[in-house]
Structures are given as C-alpha cells and as structure tokens.
Design a protein around this ligand. Structure first.
Ligand SMILES: Cc1cc2nc3c(=O)[nH]c(=O)nc-3n(C[C@H](O)[C@H](O)[C@H](O)COP(=O)(O)O)c2cc1C
Length: 362
C-alpha cells in the first residue's frame, strides 16, 4: 500500500501527505525582489501539497542569481511574502522558504553588485540577465568579514521569513550555489579555515546552519544537499567522504529535515545518509532531466525512495504543471505536461493557468 498519502510529522507540523512541492525558481517577483499577488495565487493553487518549499529567495543583494527572483532581506519583500503565506494558509497549506545565495552564479546586471564566492573561480557559462545571456564574471574571493556578514544575512533572512508567516526555511546548500561552492575543492581553493580539509570546507555551511538555528529554532530549519550533482558546472572529488561527515555534523543540530536532490535509492550513500540522519529525510528522485517528463510525474521513483527509508518525497515539475497533483496521483489521473518555455519568467501563462481536474467554482 502506498504511504504517499499518509500523514507525517515535521517538527510541530502535521503534513496531510508525504508529497513536498520542491523549490522552483520562477522569476516572477518584481525587479526589487518583492513577491507578487500572482505568486500568491500560484502557491495557493498548490496548497494540497503536504509541504510547499517556496522558490529560492536571496538573503542579500549580492546573493541574487537571476532577474526577478524574490528576496528575503527587505521589508517590502517580507510584506510581499506575507500575502503569499496568508493565501497558502487560507487554502489549507504549509510552507517553508528556501534561502539561496548564488555565490559565483550571479551578475552585476541582475544584482547591481559583483558576485562573491569562496575563490575567484568563474562559472564557465553564461548567466541570464535582463539584457540576455552574458558570460559569468570572475567572482571576488570572500573575505572573513564577507563570510561573517553573509552568515548574519542568512540568519536575518530566516527571521524575516518567519515574520512573513513561513513555518520555516530551507538552507540551499545544493545545485552549485554559494554553500555548495564552499564544499567543493573545484570551487573552493582557500588556504584559510574555510578551505582545504573536509572539516574546513564544511565550516561555512555549519556556521550558516547554526546562525539560522539560533535565529528561528532548529524545528524551523531544513537543509538541501546535492551530493555529486553537477548542476551549475559543480564538480566534487570526495562526495563519498564529505557528505557523511557533513551529515553527521548536521545531525547534532536536530534540524526539521534533510532534503536530498536526485536521491538514488540504490546508492550506498543514500542509505548511509539515511542511517546518519535522525529526523525527517526528504528525497527528490533522480528523474530524466529536463525531459522527458515521466508520465507518473515521479511517483514510482518516489515510492521506491519511501521504501528505502525516506520520509517525504519532493517533486518539482509535477507540481509546477499540476496544481492538484496530490489528487491526480491519488486517483491515478493523467498529469499535465510542464511547458519549459514558461519556467523562468513571464506572466500567468505557464504559471497559474495549468488546468485542474475539477475546476473550483467561481
Ligand atoms: C523551473 C525550475 C526551477 C527550479 N528552481 C530551483 C530552486 O530555486 N531551488 C532548488 O533547490 N531547486 C530548483 N529546481 C530543482 C527542483 O527543486 C527539483 O530538484 C528538480 O526539478 C528535480 O525534480 P523533478 O524531477 O521532480 O522536477 C528547479 C527546477 C525547475 C524545473
């Protein structure tokens, strides 16, 4: 019998099912990073998810990756998010906010500032800007002051998120952004306490986690990791060694959850991290990317992950294209296909206009 539709505890929350809407950047905030009423509508449409993890929000200006992504550092952004969380709560949902600093994935045309990173190793590709794709600049190496200021910015962003009505925050240490850049010898060439050994490379992530926990409490904090995932030209040479050490350290903080991207239930590392992790494990299945989109949206892989020890399953594209995904999967109904041309930016088209099985009466 499927456990996908059984309730689960997440800290003080009770989730009505084990389906998590994965964080997805949709570039529909204002140029100042303020969430819009359209975003509130989009998330409220998906409120039957056990948990929604809202798209990556930047904890400061320099961490902004792409155009029109939301922030979590300014008062107007907190107020904008408040409308989003109110709409989701009114529709019966629960929501965390992902906090993401882009590090070398950024451009002055987007943030107004030169990107910073553990080391001056540029992203070997283009960054999307309002003027079109532009080569990524060489990032400035973070000073120790930059590091402590960034840690403080994450903590403040978490406070802002809770003030905006989120149940918690997900620290983004995955997919090649700043925290992931610190973990990898490929992007972290530092000779100080933040580079070199595994113990040093995980230091920044742990400092961010500890500051965010001190700000809002461990039961309001999740973390996303992507062991060995090559998104954003990430390369890692010691995945099997680093992630168990990091997970063991994180496990002592008793966070709300660990969220693993492209989790493989057949991989020994998945089982090792499960053994080491004391609270909720959220697994995002490794599905064909970006297409073909599986007809079941990832359900079968999700069930395999639950059977292998995950507590919750996160799905991205399936939720993006199916506001009523939970109901569709429960009924075995066909799914809408995601339309990638509307993923990043634009209007309500390809955003709030995906059909539901039974339209809500006006
Ligand atoms: C349009 C889009 C935007 C995404 N943005 C984010 C993001 O902001 N943060 C993040 O951690 N992952 C992001 N992802 C990755 C998803 O969270 C998820 O890991 C990925 O889509 C794989 O899950 P799926 O096969 O169920 O779609 C994004 C994916 C898509 C399709």
């Amino acid at each position: 019998m499927s456990t996908l539709f059984t309730p689960a505890a997440l800290g003080p929350l009770t989730l009505p099912n084990r389906l998590v809407m994965a964080p997805m950047t949709r570039n529909r905030a204002t140029a100042e990073g303020v969430p819009t009423p359209l975003m509130a509508e989009y998330y409220a449409q998906r409120a039957t998810a056990g948990l929604i993890v809202a798209e990556a929000a930047t904890p400061n200006r320099v961490g902004q990756t792409y155009p029109d992504i939301p922030g979590a550092y300014a008062q107007a952004q907190t107020e904008g998010w408040r409308h989003v969380t109110d709409a989701v709560r009114a529709a019966g949902g629960r929501m965390f906010l992902q906090l993401q600093h882009g590090g070398r994935i950024g451009h002055p045309a987007n943030s107004g500032l030169d990107p910073v990173a553990p080391s001056p190793v540029p992203f070997p590709d283009v960054i999307h800007t309002p003027d079109g794709p532009q080569p990524a600049p060489v990032p400035r190496e973070m000073t120790l002051d930059d590091i402590s200021a960034t840690v403080a910015d994450f903590a403040q962003a978490a406070r802002n998120a809770v003030a905006a009505g989120f149940s918690g925050v997900e620290i983004h240490a995955a997919n090649g952004y700043l925290l992931h850049q610190f973990l990898s010898t490929h992007t972290n060439h530092r000779a100080d306490a933040y580079g070199g050994s595994i113990e040093n490379r995980i230091r920044f992530v742990l400092e961010v986690v500890d500051a965010v926990v001190a700000a809002v409490g461990a039961e309001r904090v999740g973390i996303r990791l992507a062991p060995g995932v090559t998104a954003n030209a990430m390369q890692e040479s010691d995945v099997e060694a680093l992630y168990p050490v990091l997970t063991r350290e994180l496990s002592t903080r008793r966070l709300a959850y660990l969220h693993i991207v492209f989790a493989d239930p057949d991989a020994p590392l998945f089982h090792e991290l499960r053994r080491l992790w004391p609270t909720v494990l959220v697994a995002n299945p490794a599905l064909p990317w970006p297409s073909p989109f599986p007809a079941d949206g990832g359900r079968a892989e999700g069930e395999r992950l639950l059977a292998a020890g995950a507590d919750l399953v996160s799905l991205g594209r399936a939720f993006l294209a199916n506001p009523d995904l939970v109901e569709r999967l429960q009924q075995g109904a066909p799914l809408n296909e995601p339309r990638p041309e509307h993923w990043y930016g634009g209007t309500e088209q390809g955003y709030t206009d995906y059909p539901v099985l039974v339209p809500v009466p006006a």
